[in-house]
Design a binder for this molecule. Structure first.
Ligand SMILES: *[C@@H]1O[C@H](CO)[C@@H](O)[C@H](O)[C@H]1NC(C)=O
Length: 546
């Protein structure tokens, strides 16, 4: 009964304090952005899953607009999320990686989203919005000393933060010990060979190596305690966090944020800790689904989404709130574990998954918008759209017309409202680390082509995924370069199973020419800038008038 009272009260306050301000503010819609971690597009009912029950997510789609080609800017948390909140490819903010580790790994690392970057939260804050982030951040905390909070959500436009500055993380405390020993032994043997040290030195050296490697491993071993923490704004309030109660607490915080701010424009980014491994064991959902613990967790996600929708609706905010549902990238195939029945996600008909460069399974994610009264119910958009489109869309709706940097996303409202039939994304770039891995081309018409310049090497051979390293790597001997590149027709072959050849595809050469081929570098006389009469070009600025 407390909820309605709160609403009535806030409306009274608005009228007492002057309705003009209230009306002006109410022109600006609220935003509730819900992002699930590692959720595959094949895990959701309205995207074709007939055994997982996701009635609440499906309801958002049937009351709103469903995107069938919604693309993450990167197949991994840190780069995908930074692109999402900045509206630009991760490369532009230095959040792409060159090497083995492609995400923020420790909370005590100095890396993260640069303080100079602009996020949609910062822009909305400038437009008078109250902004909040509840849940996972994973974009860094400190730069130079503990507590400078240079990468913290509060510095990036979220005036309220409750949640995980890091991410959920698998407990891998025991396996490194074995790894350390093997590695140490290899290093020792190498060193002995290098310095022609006799073998009797090998034993003390071996222990020295173990010690050195162990020191390097301390942060890994203490990872759960040091990284899996909960902060409220800039204060650490739980360390290590109690995982069992986390889903309820995150939901409660998200609901309270909406209730607290019901009377003026707000942005809530609700970044769920689900469906990243390890899986939650919430009793109410345990053993209820048809897909083991993974399925139970999915159905819990759906229940949470339902609760958030209910909160928005019961406060009477539905017609003035744009709700968005998505995943940060595709499911993590290598996280499947036959013994525990744990799964890292299901990407439906799409090839590959999380951390596999530009393969569709890692980047094509569910994308749903709901805004009753403004967006037609049940609409489906098949055009290519990007998670980076949220930034310009939010800016547009908040009437933010201030100058901005070059963005890689486009305002989605014309597509969502049916005022435009075509996406503005003629090209989309798919990165593996910082390396341009593939390009998607949407020429006039329905066609969608994708060109892969290189592909990550799968291991063991024959598998789809990099089971030896858990994530695919993007450099050196870990990838295969293709000359000519691999070309797929995504419109007819969304599973990327039949590469095109010049014989099967009449436009083969044309598709490849969309990139900087020699034919585009070739000198063309008719493009030559020239003063005077071509080819007799030449002139000199008249400096006498200066
Ligand atoms: C539904 O999701 C489950 C869990 O990820 C998966 O095992 C199953 O294959 C999916 N079903 C379909 C039809 O995609």
């Amino acid at each position: 009964a407390s909820e309605p009272t709160e609403v009535v009260f806030s409306q009274l306050v608005c009228c007492a304090g002057g309705c003009v301000a209230g009306e002006e503010a109410s022109n600006k819609p609220n935003f509730v952005l819900m992002m699930v971690d590692d959720l595959g597009i094949g895990d959701v009912g309205c995207y074709g899953n007939d055994t997982i029950r996701t009635p609440n997510i499906d309801r958002l789609a049937s009351e709103g607009v469903k995107l069938t080609q919604h693309i993450a800017a990167a197949p991994l948390c840190t780069p995908s999320r930074s692109a999402f909140i900045t509206g630009r490819y991760a490369l532009r903010s230095g959040m792409g990686s060159t090497g083995r580790v492609q995400v923020v790994l420790f909370l005590a690392g100095s890396g993260g989203l640069p303080p100079s970057e602009t996020t949609f939260a910062k822009r909305l804050q400038q437009q008078g919005y109250t902004t909040g982030l509840v849940g996972k951040w994973h974009l860094g905390v400190n730069c130079e000393y503990r507590g400078d909070h240079c990468h913290h959500p509060n510095q990036h436009g979220f005036s309220y933060f409750y949640g995980l500055p890091f991410t959920l993380f698998n407990d891998f405390c025991l396996s490194p010990v074995f790894f350390v020993c093997v590695l140490s032994f290899q290093v020792c043997v190498r060193l002995c060979g290098l310095f022609e040290v006799s073998l009797w030195l090998l034993v003390p050296l071996f222990f020295l190596c173990i010690l050195a490697t162990a020191v390097w491993y301390v942060p890994f071993i203490l990872l759960p305690t040091w990284n899996c923490i909960i902060m409220r704004n800039q204060e650490v309030i739980e360390q290590p966090m109690t995982v069992e109660t986390l889903p309820q607490r995150l939901l409660g915080e998200a609901q309270n944020f909406i209730k607290r701010n019901a009377d003026h424009p707000f942005l809530l980014f609700f970044s769920l800790a689900h469906i990243h491994t390890p899986m939650f064991k919430t009793p109410a959902f345990a053993g209820k689904s048809r897909h083991g613990r993974y399925g139970d967790n999915l159905e819990e996600v759906d229940w949470i989404i339902g609760k958030i929708t209910e909160t928005v609706d019961s406060l009477g905010l539905a017609s003035n709130t744009l709700m968005y549902f998505a995943s940060d990238h595709g499911g993590h195939l290598e996280d499947s574990d036959l013994q525990t029945g744990q799964k890292g996600g299901w990407n439906g008909i799409y090839k590959g998954g999380k951390a596999m460069g530009g393969w569709e399974g890692g980047i094509r994610v569910p994308g749903i918008f709901r805004w009753p009264g403004r967006l037609a119910a049940g609409k489906v958009v098949d055009e290519p759209t990007s998670l980076m489109d949220l930034y310009p869309t939010l800016k547009y709706l908040a009437k933010d017309t201030q100058p901005d940097r070059q963005l890689d996303g486009y305002n989605l409202m014309p597509l969502l409202e049916g005022k435009a039939a075509r996406s503005e994304h003629e090209f989309m770039f798919h990165y593996c680390g910082i390396y341009l891995n593939a390009v998607r081309w949407h020429p006039p018409g329905d066609s969608i082509f994708k060109v892969h310049f290189f592909t990550p090497n799968f291991s063991p051979p024959g598998a789809v995924g990099c089971y030896d390293t858990k994530v695919c790597l993007c450099h050196g001997e870990h990838v295969t370069h293709h000359t000519p590149p691999l070309v797929y027709d995504l419109f007819h072959d969304p599973s990327e199973s039949r590469p095109l050849t010049p014989d099967t595809e009449p436009r083969f050469a044309e598709i490849l020419e969309q990139t900087m081929t020699w034919s585009k570098i070739l000198w063309r006389p008719w493009l030559q800038p020239c003063c005077g009469t071509f080819p007799f070009c030449g002139c000199k600025e008249d400096t006498a008038q200066l």
